[in-house]
Design a protein around this ligand. Structure first.
Ligand code: SAH
Length: 489
């Protein structure tokens, strides 16, 4: 992050604007909305600004900028059309440690002014660190059309009732739940739709009634939502998963869950990493189970985040058994499993009328277990087999399949970090894939797919990992419709 985003309270505070034209006028309008005490210095003023000066809305100093005008100011804005003057203002402000913005010149600016959507008291600010003003503006337009116009009225109503709610519901978690229900509920939707006036006695009475009801309820018991986070790309999260993440008080996540996804949790949610990591102690399955039980018993809403789908090689079943034994409420949100995600992003259809009529997900993990695999089944013609956790056993798997009659030239592929910006795909045959994978230094997580369908990767590949460095999920949504992530060549 290049800039620290803040909202600055300027009511009654002195601000200097250098320049008296259109550009200055726009900034002055914004400043006046915050109640700032604006002084403008310029040889001459736009008519609309001159009017403001006449009625005392702003103070006008006719003439050129002088450094001592900066003294005592909270903020300075240079908006002249002369680079030399702007640079001088910036320099003098910097010397005095006064934050300065030079309009349309980020080099000279200490702070930049974001594009805003104003639903006061709710204000959404968007900035691109000065890199892409047009993009910022488009995002602003999207937000403008997306945010209800009466959002401000709703926020004001909530603000005026905060003290009452605090008095009635002591427990902070219960209070948050009350507000969540409120914003999802009838009163809020009536206010947003214009069916109810936020400031009317009637609305207030409805609110009080809801509050009385909520205050009488005992603290809600905790619960666990077992959530599949998909293979990595945050765009593959389900809407339910996103909701569970944002409602959770605590998020427990594994190694396979990407950072961008964990970042989508509420800012004040506790995040607990329970995966394996070099250097830190491994959290055992029993410890995770009892942690889940303990947190839920404390009344917390727990989001248990797992890579892919929690019921596919994810030990989700074991964790739920532990919860069921203790009578704890739970829910399961399925996720896109690695096989589906990696295959899609590698352009490998897992079934195909010409090549594969059956599909099996197999664990390739640990030697003993590999022996439990039904190799006869996997060796049948028209079969696609997807091996999870098979990277370290690639040679063994290839050998076993051949022992059971699969030809050495059966096509296969390994996908490393599927669906992520670092995705790599190595294709080959049972005979040569292990060597190719070693050569490419493929690392975990990686998925092995065996079957003739993997040959289709050459013609159906579409995902350009390098181009997929998405800044965020929101970015991906807002830009829906563009073809980012596609191969241009
Ligand atoms: N529950 C998960 C699987 C957990 S087992 C799911 O449904 O996807 C872990 C194995 O999944 C890894 O060893 C690897 O084989 C595979 N895997 C998970 N995410 C992956 C990814 N992004 N790219 C490649 N393989 C992945």
């Amino acid at each position: 992050m290049d800039y620290f985003p803040i909202f600055l309270r300027l009511a009654g505070e002195p601000v200097l604007v250098v320049g008296g034209g259109e550009v200055a006028a726009r900034k002055i309008d914004l400043l006046l909305r915050t109640g700032a005490k604006v002084t403008v210095v310029a040889p001459e003023l736009l008519a609309s600004l001159a009017d403001k000066a006449r009625i005392g809305e702003i103070e006008y100093i006719a003439g050129e900028f002088r450094p001592e005008l900066l003294d005592g100011k909270r903020v300075a804005i240079a908006a002249t059309d002369k680079h030399a003057i702007n640079a001088w203002v910036a320099h003098q402000a910097e010397r005095r440690n006064i934050p300065v913005n030079v309009v349309d010149d980020r080099e000279l600016s200490r702070f930049i002014v974001p594009a805003i959507v104003d639903r006061s008291p709710v204000v959404v600010a968007v900035a691109s660190s000065g890199d892409a003003p047009v993009l910022t503006r488009r995002l602003r337009e999207k937000l403008e059309s997306f945010l209800p116009s009466r959002l401000g009225a709703l926020a004001k109503l909530a603000g005026s009732l905060r003290t009452a709610v605090k008095g009635r519901i002591e427990n902070a978690g219960a209070r948050r739940r009350f507000w969540e229900n409120f914003f999802d509920g009838e009163i809020a939707s009536d206010v947003l739709a214009g069916r109810a006036d936020a400031e009317s006695a009637d609305t207030r009475a409805r609110f009080d009634e809801a509050l009385q009801r909520a205050g009488g309820e005992p603290i809600a018991p905790g619960e666990v939502v077992l959530v599949g986070a998909g293979p990595g790309d945050p765009g593959l999260l389900t809407i339910r998963a996103l909701r569970a993440l944002q409602n959770a008080d605590v998020v427990l996540y594994d190694r396979l869950v990407s950072e961008e996804i964990v970042d989508l949790a509420r800012r004040d949610a506790e995040r607990l990493y329970v995966g394996k990591a070099a250097g830190s102690a491994h959290v055992s399955q029993e410890q995770i189970n009892s942690l889940l039980v303990r947190l839920a018993k404390q009344g917390k809403r727990v989001c248990r985040l797992k890579g892919g789908d929690p019921f596919i090689f994810g030990r989700g079943g074991e964790e739920l058994e532990a919860l069921a034994a203790e009578g704890i409420r739970f829910e399961v949100v399925p996720g896109i499993t690695a096989a589906a995600g990696c295959a899609a992003y590698a352009g490998i259809p897992l079934t195909h009328r010409d090549h594969a009529q059956a599909l099996t997900f197999v664990t390739g993990h640990c030697k003993g277990e590999t022996d439990k695999v039904d190799w006869e089944l996997l060796a049948r013609p028209g079969q696609t087999s997807v091996f999870y956790m098979g990277l370290g056993h690639l040679e063994n798997i290839a050998a076993k399949l051949q022992e059971h009659g699969v030809p050495a030239d059966r096509a296969a592929a390994v996908i490393e970090e599927g669906t992520r910006a670092q995705q790599r795909v190595v294709t080959g045959t049972l005979a040569d894939l292990a060597d190719k994978v070693r050569e490419a230094a493929i690392q975990s997580p990686a998925l092995l797919i065996v079957g003739e369908v993997t040959r289709l990767h050459d013609t159906l590949r579409w995902f350009n990992a390098a181009a997929a460095q998405r800044p965020s999920l929101i970015g991906a949504w807002s830009l829906a419709g563009n073809t980012e992530g596609r191969l241009s060549a």
